[in-house]
Each structure stands twice: as structure tokens, then as C-alpha cells.
Write a protein that binds this ligand. Sequence first.
Ligand code: FCB
Length: 463
Amino acid sequence: MSMSTSQVTAAERAAAIARRVPPSFLWGAGTAAPQIEGGRRLDGRADSIWDTFAGRPGTVRGGETPSTADDHYRRWRSDVDLMGELGLQAYRFSLAWPRIVPAADGRVEPRGLDFYDRLVDALLARGIEPFVTLYHWDLPQWVQDRGGWPARDTAELFAEYAGHVAARLGDRVRHWTTLNEPWVFVFAGHLEGAHAPGLRDPDAAVRAMHHALLAHGQGVRVLREALPADARVGVALDMMPTMPATDRPEDVAAAARHDLYRNWLFCHPILRGAYREGTRELLGAEPPVVGDDLAVISAPVDFVGVNYYHRSVVVEDDAVPLSRARETAPPGTYTAMGWEVYPAGLEEILAQLHDRYAPRSIYVTENGSAWDDEAGPDGRVEDHDRTEYLAAHLESAAACVERGVSLDGYFAWSLLDNFEWAEGYGKRFGLVRVDYATQRRTIKRSGELYRAVLHASAAGRGA
Ligand code: FCB
């Protein structure tokens, strides 16, 4: 059977991408516990702030909740088979803190740890490298009830949780990420009210920011003590190259504020041990630093994970809290999230990170796009837009490597369609479609392109 022209083109494009990066470059895909696991009440799991938040009217589109999600908690075995089918070299997933430490007495729920133990073994048996994220936004509700991120104690509780997990999985998991996108869970959660816990409180947001940083630092410390010397520890930050919409000085200044707010607010203290210049003015408050907090926060990391989706083109707008910068929508192509498709931005932001901070290693820990997929009768999705987005961003990642950025791997977001936070299930990011009525999984065309890249890369490594 001969291949159609478009198939040949896709295969050639995939092979060309794989050739542009060294054989050691790691190709993976990611998910997060609250977005895929479901199993809200299984095996002693307690509620997270997302269960509580989604239970309140008007928070999540359509009143949807993460209670069942992709039912991955019960279907993990076949999901790992799917990863094998795609040829993933690495899988980034998060652990559910409320499964592992379900109550304020601090006891560890063995069934929660057992789940991840089995998952890690299944991944390793397939030669898939596990990348564990400790916190992807599902704070146990009991921690929230004790003050949540605005409370300093939460950093300590996080470090204890990190210790339990490292003791159990540290002999097999080599790559660890403390927090996922602290900007989002801090500011969308405590200032904008759009994410759990749904606060609109600038003071709480500033405290949450500092304590999230402290949790990261204390987490790194605990992981280093518990893990073998070759373990690699990092953090995943959301970043977006930022530019003014016009050359008016007000907009240029707004872009500088937005850039600090969205790109360097967390990165700078972690990599430099100080809040970046302008932080106090931006926040209108002093972060609640105590003693040697900044030394704890800046414990050396082995890699920085960058989650990239789109750029920001901004104008001054005094109505926007803190940054006083509003994102505009320049002409272009937009995803179902309303995010501009701007592949060059991946290279731009990684180059900025590399040039300014020179982290030892960088991974793209998330990148992907939501589209209004239409499934054929067989469940198949001809998602040309997502396929094009993926290919163009992989090319941008390859360009980073070629210009000398220390980029060591790329994780597509996401392996599966899943619970997209306040957007519910309507926004689909998966390389694999999930039919929520049947939980049937079907690899989309974009997943096939990715598989072709992974196969070409494996062939290049002589695998
Ligand atoms: C990021 C989140 C991830 C996913 C993508 C679309 O901000 O880290 O969980 O929802 O956006």
C-alpha cells in the first residue's frame, strides 16, 4: 500500500525534527493527577481544594468536576500500554498529595503510595523514564483548612509529604519536580479567583507566593537528603515571551512589568536567591521573608522546566491588578483556549532563560493546544490544527538546541484529553482522545505525528 503525499510529508517532517536534536534528547508527554485520575473516594483519598472549588456553583464551566476525569486511577495499566504504543521515552505525571497524606494527623495512606509504586514499576518495565511532579495544584483540603498557601506552615507540610514520597519512590525515580506553575496556582487561585481556592485577596496572594517558593526550597532540601546522588531535581514554571503592543512608553513599561510578573517572579529567587528588582513595586507589598528563606529557596536545582503555550502582547491598563498590563490579541491563529499560536515564542523564551540565568538544564515540561476536535464514527480525530501546532513547536524546540540552549527534552501536553481546570472537559489537549461516556482512548493524528518523531529518534539512537 502506498502512502499518501500528506503521510509522506508528515513522516519526513517527523524524521527531520528527530535528526535536529542529539540522541540523548528526551521525548515525553505529561498529565497531572487531578486532571486524569478521578477515583475521588478510592483507597482513602481525601478531597483536594479542586474538589471543593469545583463543587461550588459557577466555578467550573458546565458544573463539571474532577471526580471521575479519565478514570486513570483504575485504567492506569492500559494507559501505560498506550504510552508504549506511542513510543514515549519519558512520562511526566503528578502525585496526588491528598491520596498520600489524607488527613491533618499527618499519617501516610499506604494505598496511595502503592498506586504510584506500581505505576513507576510499569513505566520502567517499558523503558519509560518517570518524571514526577510533587504538586500540580491539588492541595489537600485539610491543608487549605489550616491556612493553605498563604500560611507559612504549608511549606513545612509540603516538605514532609515530599519526604514520604522520596522514601518510597526514590530508589527508582530519577527526575523530580517540586511545583508546577506556581504563578498560576498562586495568582489565579488567590488574586483572580479563577482557580482553587478561589480567593481575590492581594495580601493572601503575596503570602502564598512566598510560601510556595519556600515549599519549593524546603522540598529540594528534603529530596536531596533522601535521594541518591544522581537524582535530578527541578521546578516547572510557566513562561511567555512578552512584548508591548505599541512603542508608546506606557506600553513598553507595562510589558516590562508583565515580563517580571509572568516570567521571573518565581524564577529569579529560585536561581538567584533574591527577589528580582521591581518585585516590591509590582506587588505593592513586601514578601514575608523570614531569616534565611532566600537561601532555602535558592538551593541549587538540576533543571528548570518551562511550560510554554503562547506569547503575551500587552498594553497598559490600570484596571489589571499588580501588573497593570492587559494582554491583547494581535491578528493570528488562536486555539480553542483563545491562545495565539506562536511557535517562535518557545525559542524566544527559552533563549531568554538560557541567556539570563544559564540553568544547568532545561526541559519543556508542557506545550500543547486545545481545539474543538471532531471525532469520526470510529473515534478517530483528524486534528490538523493540533498536528500543525505540535510540529511547529517541535521545530522551535529543535532550533533552541541548535542555537546552544541547554534544552534536554520536551513533554507534550497532554497524553490524554482531561479535566482542564475551570474549563472542565470541553477543552481537549490530548494526543489521545478520551470519550468520556465510555472512557475509550483513541490516538489522534497529532499522536501519530508524535509517534513518528519518537520512532525516528529511537532509530537514531540505535534502539
Ligand atoms: C497549564 C497546566 C496544565 C494544563 C495546561 C493547559 O497551565 O499546568 O495542567 O492545564 O495549562
